[in-house]
Write a protein that binds this ligand. Structure first.
Ligand code: BG6
Length: 472
């Protein structure tokens, strides 16, 4: 089957500052949350690799940009590392050396024909702000963030036209404060909800500022909603899916697209003592400043069923009171990552957005396949033969394009990731890139088979898909 890709459909790739940069040139006191997690609990990071060297992008950026050019990439998204951007977070003194690095990367990208898309926080909240103010628990941190955003817009807004306030704003507090599976292992559901709220409010404040200063691009947020499927058609299982959707998807979709929280979420937060007590003024800011567009990171489906056991009130409140994860027998798996493969999520998410919200522009800002031991797939020329990645992308793209035919407002697809990079905890275990990174001193780069394939996809805008892969 041959499918044409619309001519203005973005085919790009993504990464983040902390997952690529490395610490070369980083000053004392410029740690981020993720850096301090790595320093405090290094033993959970696969084979000890982490943000310390990462892909050493800080020194290798010109090589990566040359590779972007070689594969004709037109869009690349990364983040500014908030914790490295300042030498003083209270008085907002910019680290000129780091700021210059961002300048150079943006300029070189543009020169290479690659449009830069920038995110202001990809888990890089400064450690100093965590220690002093408890991070996103604090309205003062929110104020400092808005000033940081303003400085970033002033410095780079003439060249960067697509801005994102956060990457996956729900993730840090879900892992740390809701599930307590990550350092610093503090379980606190009320704090989880407060961080969610403050990041939605910070987004609205940044949107407001961006528009007031008459910037001529657009600003949004990158969310990671999970397409949620009930185990069965029973009303109980359907309700479990609805509740999961409310707690983990609508929690950001509603304020960011509609400008308000649903009454249902507010009531349930009050009932469980996790309400975030917004002021009328803050709610007005959220109301008046919905995002211009959204990035959607989408990897796997979420399957739930109604809980089988009565909730134990002696345990801290968790949305799991209303659902239980469901393990579908026979599901396709990416065993390296432990994530189910179900490419239909792309079509289903497209229809979910179309049917539940106004026609907001959005694009897939992450999707991809992390694979262990890719060195085993090298041919005799040393090129990784990652046909599994080509299949994975093709099938996901197929369903995304199907959504556009049925009226979705999706503008593009950005692969995670451009190069192999460091993952939280899994470090270099699972490789995601079009570009292979060796773990030698130089972090040597080489194009994988998928990179050449991606170039032909970008050039020819034709997706060839094996009917059998989709319909068998
Ligand atoms: C996304 C994050 O959730 O998934 C990335 O934005 C992350 O930072 C990517 O690397 C892949 O997940 P993981 O855990 O395999 O790195």
């Amino acid at each position: 089957m041959e499918i044409s890709i619309p001519k203005d459909f973005v085919i790009g790739a993504a990464s983040s500052a902390w997952q690529t940069e490395g610490w070369k040139g980083k000053r004392e006191g410029q740690d981020s949350f993720i850096d301090s997690w790595y320093k405090n609990e290094r033993f959970v990071w696969h084979e000890g690799y982490g943000p310390g060297v990462a892909t050493n992008f800080i020194e290798n950026y010109d090589k990566d940009i040359a590779l972007m050019k070689e594969i004709h990439l037109t869009h690349y998204r990364t983040s500014i590392n908030w914790s490295r951007f300042f030498t003083d977070y209270e008085n907002l003194i910019v680290d000129e050396e780091y700021a210059k690095h961002i300048d150079t990367v943006i300029d070189q990208q543009i020169e290479a024909g690659v449009e830069p898309m920038i995110c202001l926080e990809h888990y890089e909240v400064p450690k100093y702000l965590m220690d002093k103010y408890d991070g996103w628990s604090s309205k003062h941190v929110l104020e400092l963030y808005v000033q940081y955003a303003q400085i970033a817009f002033e410095r780079y807004g003439n060249r960067v036209k697509n801005w994102f306030t956060f990457n996956e704003p729900i993730v840090v507090q879900t892992r740390c404060y809701l599930d307590a599976v990550r350092w610093p292992h503090e379980q606190n559901t009320k704090k989880w909800m407060l961080w969610n709220y403050h990041k939605a409010l910070a987004t609205a404040r940044a949107v407001d500022l961006y528009h007031k200063k008459q910037n001529d691009g657009r600003i949004g947020c990158i969310l990671n909603p999970e397409m949620v499927y009930p185990r069965s058609s029973s009303p109980e299982d359907q309700n479990a899916a609805k509740m999961y959707d409310l707690f983990f998807n609508r929690i950001f979709f509603d304020p960011m697209i509609n400008g308000e929280y649903s009454e249902e979420l507010i009531d349930i937060c009050k009932e469980h003592g996790i309400y975030f007590d917004p002021t009328a003024e803050e709610l007005a800011v959220i109301k008046n400043n919905p995002v211009d567009f959204l990035g959607i990171n989408q990897y796997y489906p979420k399957r739930v069923r109604a809980p089988r056991y009565k909730w134990n009130d002696q345990t801290p409140f968790h949305p799991e009171k209303y659902y239980e994860s469901f393990d579908l027998p026979g599901k396709r798996m990416n065993n390296s990552r432990g994530w189910e493969i179900y490419p239909e999520i792309m079509y289903d998410m497209s229809m979910y957005l179309k049917n539940n919200y106004r026609a907001i522009p959005w694009l897939i800002t992450e999707n991809g396949m992390g694979r262990e031991q890719e060195e085993l797939y090298k041919n005799k020329e040393g090129i990784v033969q990652d046909d599994y990645r080509i299949d994975f992308i093709s099938q996901h793209l197929y369903h995304l394009l199907r959504g556009i035919e049925d009226g979705s407002t999706c503008e593009g697809y950005m692969l995670w990731a451009f190069t192999d990079c460091v993952s939280p905890m899994n470090a270099f275990k699972n490789r995601y890139g079009l570009v292979r990174i060796e773990l030698d001193k130089q972090r040597t780069r080489s194009l994988k088979k998928s990179a050449f394939w991606y170039r032909s996809l970008i050039d020819e805008r034709k997706l060839f898909i094996d009917d059998i892969a989709v319909f068998k």
